[in-house]
Ligand binder design. Structure first.
Ligand code: AMP
Length: 397
């Protein structure tokens, strides 16, 4: 059997766990959202309860070159201690003498956190010497940082080669992989993808992938107007990518030949300016008043999208269907979120990930009413595009 976190004996072992503790801090350096720390607890607890010790590795922010106080992981020590429920040790440099001594003296049940890996440019470069120094701190490598799995960095990918028989995913990454597989490989029909967001250009690869895997694709958000224009509609001053009109038509004809239903918004909530103070009116999406812009889907679109969603058994949601950050234009995205929650209640498997739809389910407090909300924006997008993520391949191969 292949090594995994459930069958591995951690007793007496020092587990180097790559976590994603890249959490937001306020101006007093307090953690304002500890979701990412909480999400890593099952993996940390598994090692500690199995008689091992834990060495946490993470990045925080984007330091340019070398130490920068505002990006020090020392700021989050108390939050990590609070959530794990015990005091932790801290190595003020992720490699070097002190880190080595602290790791050598680490006892079963203890936790050591290393300083920000990205204080070394070698981390993002994947430098082998640096990676080897990190690797020497532990006996086993666990990758639980899905958000950086699409990067071939020292701690996310390169390090795995130093642990040919002692490398594995943590529970968080396992869940992300399992969720994508539940949708794209083992999805139960009807399978519906909701693809929103600003631009066709950033979602084109995903849509192409989905055409072979799903029954319905709901298209909303700014992208919908490129489709409407391509079909001969007038779209006022809505967001449009004129270079992608042919692409939009190509998607529609491919969908037809593959028997995939594409649902576009029949009507639109249009605004006279990109602002909460704008005047609004409902227009046909293909007949938007000159000078007005589509900011959200209209009532007819809400009804038809909702009907499709609540009757689906597998759902993937990527990207909002309107400018939901402004309350005036949140209604469509909120309706989608509620419909996805309702489908989940009826037994559908629902994955929200890659793009601003994660922020949307959080805004509407529905994150715990869907099957899985992905923690990795860019990583999830690339994974859904069918790319092999280096951090995942390094464990599997
Ligand atoms: P993405 O990161 O691709 O999921 O795109 C999310 C962004 O798309 C959000 O910031 C939304 O405000 C934006 N968006 C959604 N609908 C529209 C629209 N009709 N016009 C302009 N931007 C939109």
């Amino acid at each position: 059997m292949k090594t995994n976190i459930d069958n591995y004996d951690f007793s007496g072992k020092k587990a180097l766990i790559r976590v994603d503790f890249n959490v937001p801090l306020n101006d007093k350096f307090e953690v304002t959202d500890n979701t990412r720390i909480s999400a890593s607890l099952p993996t940390i607890k598994k090692v500690l309860n199995g008689g091992g010790s834990v060495i946490l590795m993470s990045h925080l922010g984007r330091p340019k070159n070398g130490y920068e106080d505002k990006f020090s992981l020392k700021h989050i020590i108390s939050e990590v201690e609070k959530l794990i429920g015990q005091s932790i040790k801290f190595a003020p440099d992720c490699i070097g003498k002190e880190a080595k001594e602290l790791s050598e003296n680490l006892k079963p049940g203890e936790v050591l956190m290393l300083e920000n890996l990205r204080f070394y440019a070698s981390e993002t470069k994947g430098d082998l010497d640096f990676t080897e120094k990190l690797a020497k701190l532990g006996d086993v490598y666990v990758n639980d940082a899905f958000g950086t799995a699409h990067r071939a960095h020292a701690s996310t990918t390169i390090i795995a080669q130093f642990f040919p028989n002692d490398k594995m995913f943590g529970y968080l990454i396992e869940k992300e992989i399992f969720s994508v597989s539940k949708v794209l490989k083992e999805g139960v029909a009807p399978i519906t993808a909701i693809v929103g967001g600003a631009k066709v250009s950033s979602k084109i690869i995903i849509i192409e992938q989905l055409l072979d895997k799903v029954n319905n694709i709901i298209i909303g958000g700014g992208m919908a107007y490129t489709f409407a224009k391509a079909q001969g509609g007038t779209i006022g001053s809505s967001l449009v990518e004129l270079d992608f009109l042919d692409t939009a038509l190509d998607i529609l004809s491919k969908a037809k030949s593959k028997n995939v239903t594409i649902l576009l918004p029949e009507d639109t909530l249009a605004a006279d300016k990109f602002s909460e103070e704008a005047d609004t009116q409902i227009c046909d999406t293909k007949n938007i008043t000159d000078g007005w812009m589509g900011m959200d889907i209209g009532e007819k679109a809400i009804a038809s999208f909702t009907d499709c969603i609540v009757n689906s058994k597998t759902i993937l949601w990527n990207g909002p269907v309107g400018v939901f950050e402004m309350n005036k234009f949140e209604k469509g995205t909120k309706a989608i979120a509620l419909a996805v929650a309702e489908a989940t209640k009826k037994g559908a498997f629902t994955l929200v990930g890659g793009g601003d739809s994660v922020a949307a389910v959080n805004k509407f407090n529905l994150a715990n009413q869907v099957s899985h909300v992905s923690t990795g924006g860019g990583a999830m997008l690339e994974y859904l595009e069918g790319k092999e993520l280096p951090g995942i391949a390094a464990i599997l191969n």
